[in-house]
Design a protein around this ligand. Structure first.
Ligand SMILES: Nc1ncnc2c1ncn2[C@@H]1O[C@H](COP(=O)(O)OP(=O)(O)OP(=O)(O)O)[C@@H](O)[C@H]1O
Length: 334
């Protein structure tokens, strides 16, 4: 890390790079209730969240749609000011010193790019170089590393608008890392990517975290991202932190179901097999749910023996269903 990139004017005193204490964000929303009438309502998007993330940790931040994840990340970058509580990133109050913080953090949004759409990829990097005043040697070194590890060599002269989603995402991740941020926020970094691109992105993030001890807060709907990258996962719902622990622990409090997707050679009534229950039938394709903790092997063997099987695949439980289950089984949940 260089002095310029880390801005050592005010060293971080604690090992925690991200600190939230009772953080709240309330939006006042005007809703139309009649032709002319409007009613003012309050939305508590983030409702008293406290957690800390030590330097070098990679944490999953998950929850259903509208739970408050993006609002939290926007407060952590300084785009939004909290309505209450205390928040520090690398010792800095984000909304008060947004520009200073920008040199210490990187942000990647899976659903929109920070790259210049009409320019070749390399031009976006040159602009980032100047905007962040990255020392030349450091910029070249970081660019070389990203180009190599993210396989960007052949793409540097291609206008961003011509890149595939996976290529663009790798381009965005590189752009977020050229200034050596200590903290990286990733909002759905693998959304819409094919299997190969997902694997590439995950491998890169794992190396980044191991080699550079970059602290990462990862928002995703893909449980595999969490499984492969994060030892710790935080679950937010209705603006509140409802779980903070390991992914294995989350499965224990909310054991999800896996799904067998079965292709038969013809339409048949719902399959009856021990250990699984039919949940959907569409022509010759059927879906069977079974407990995530159980093995698929005996079910598959029974299916193969009794049914005209053409193909089958196993789907992991998605985050939405794990969380839904968690709520169903928490009588005290709000
Ligand atoms: N600018 C805003 N004005 C009013 N309400 C907002 C605003 N931004 C977010 N909200 C509300 O705050 C709540 C939390 O939204 P947020 O975008 O943080 O959720 P999320 O967990 O990121 O969801 P998703 O997974 O769909 O992106 C939602 O009810 C949303 O409608």
């Amino acid at each position: 890390m260089t002095e310029e990139a880390t801005d050592t004017a005010e060293p971080v005193r604690t090992a925690d790079l991200i600190e939230l204490e009772g953080v709240e964000k309330v939006f006042d929303v005007r809703r139309r209730t009649g032709l002319v009438r409007r009613e003012k309502t309050r939305v508590r998007a983030v409702d008293g969240i406290s957690f800390t993330v030590p330097r070098g940790e990679m944490v999953g931040y998950i929850g259903p749609n509208g739970a408050g994840k993006s609002t939290t990340i926007k407060m952590l970058t300084g785009i939004l000011t909290p309505s209450g509580g205390r928040l520090r990133v690398a010792g800095i109050d984000p909304s008060r010193e947004r520009t200073r913080l920008a040199r210490r953090i990187g942000v990647v949004f899976g659903q929109r790019t920070t790259l210049w759409w009409d320019l070749p990829l390399i031009d976006s990097y040159r602009l980032v170089h100047r905007m962040y005043r990255i020392p030349d040697a450091r910029y070249r070194q970081n660019l070389e590393r990203c180009v190599e590890l993210l396989d960007l060599g052949a793409l540097l002269d291609v206008p961003v608008r011509q890149l595939s989603l996976g290529q663009r995402m790798r381009g965005d991740i590189a752009a977020a890392l050229l200034h050596d941020p200590e903290v990286l926020y990733l909002d759905e970094p693998t959304i819409g990517l094919d299997v190969v691109s997902k694997a590439k992105v995950r491998e890169f993030l794992r190396d980044l975290n191991t080699e550079r001890a970059t602290t990462v807060l990862l928002t995703t709907h893909d449980l595999t991202d969490i499984e492969q990258l994060c030892k710790r996962v935080m679950v937010i719902d209705h603006g509140r932190l409802v779980y903070d622990g390991t992914l294995a622990g989350l499965h224990e409090v909310a054991p999800g179901e896996r799904t067998l997707v079965v292709d038969l050679d013809r339409r048949l009534p719902p399959i009856e097999v021990a250990g699984a229950r039919p949940v959907r039938v569409e022509g010759p394709r059927q879906w069977l749910a079974f407990p995530a903790s159980a093995s698929a092997a005996p079910i598959v063997a029974a299916l193969a023996a009794d049914y005209p099987l053409v193909d089958l695949s196993v789907r992991e439980p998605d985050i939405e269903s794990v969380i839904a289950k968690m709520y169903a089984e928490r009588p005290t949940a709000p």
